[in-house]
Design a protein around this ligand. Structure first.
Ligand code: PEP
Length: 248
């Protein structure tokens, strides 16, 4: 999207040791200056967030992979958005399909979490995407716009919120939609954002996620309304992650 700085975000999921997180963050940080076209972001597991945030410089942002909807309270095992902000996070991924599947997160829950993120001064990255059955039934666009309608809070655009389109069947599988299929969903997301938020919705970043690798990044990132990528597996290898960022 013209005038928008793309975002290349790494979702480390539940991988790595403390030492590996430190080394990966340092390697990405060291290479970040070589990919100035993109904003780089890494999202480590909670226990490593503070350490990784300490290693990140101005060229590298740090985010979390989830937060609770409440700012504090009796919620054993959960993590509040203000805590993430406190340890140096700027972004938080919300509604990832693995959380929707593993923890039964609904659009309403994602909406509540996104509101909590905004209240804490974090930028939410809200994930949406259809299952393979929904894709085969021709329902991908309806599913995605329905998820957006249900999970984006009112203040989303004003805060520069990010949407990530991640077809569930493309995550970790090595499969991706065709380029026209990616472009069609991104155009539908843009139309939804512009319809709901007006001018502000036209400049929000829409990431593609699902088996983005150095080999397919250039073609995907060149598609209209693809304003960056959310990268899982390939974000665990600094050279691959940086190669994706350099494909812009
Ligand atoms: C993800 O889970 O956000 C993701 C895109 O994973 P992968 O790149 O491994 O498909």
């Amino acid at each position: 999207t013209p005038g928008v700085r793309p975002l290349i975000a790494g979702n480390w999921k539940m991988h790595g040791s403390l030492a590996e997180a430190a080394a990966l963050a340092a390697a990405v940080q060291a290479g970040a200056a070589g990919a100035p076209a993109a904003e780089l972001l890494v999202c480590p597991p909670f226990p490593y967030l503070h350490l990784v945030a300490g290693k990140a410089g101005p060229d590298l942002a740090v985010g979390a992979q989830d937060c609770h909807a409440a700012p504090k309270g009796a919620h054993t095992g959960d993590v509040a958005a203000p805590m993430l902000k406190d340890v140096g996070a700027r972004y938080v991924i919300l509604g990832h399909s693995e959380r929707r599947a593993d923890h039964g997160e609904s659009d309403a829950m994602v909406l509540a979490k996104a509101e909590a993120a905004l209240a804490a001064g974090l930028t939410p990255i809200v994930c949406v995407g259809e299952s393979e059955a929904q894709r085969l039934a021709g329902e991908a666009e309806t599913v995605v716009t329905g998820q957006l309608a249900g999970s984006l809070p009112e203040g989303f655009a004003a805060a520069g919120g990010v949407v990530a389109y991640e077809p569930v069947w493309a995550i970790g599988t090595g499969r991706t939609p065709t380029e026209p299929d990616i472009a069609a969903i991104h155009a539908a997301i843009r139309a939804h954002l512009a319809g709901r938020f007006g001018k502000a919705g036209e400049g929000l970043r829409i990431l593609y996620g699902g088996s983005v690798k150095p080999g397919n990044a250039r073609a995907i990132l060149a598609l209209p309304h693809v304003d960056g990528a959310l990268v899982g597996g390939a974000s665990l290898v600094a050279a691959d992650f940086l190669a994706i960022a350099a494909a812009l």
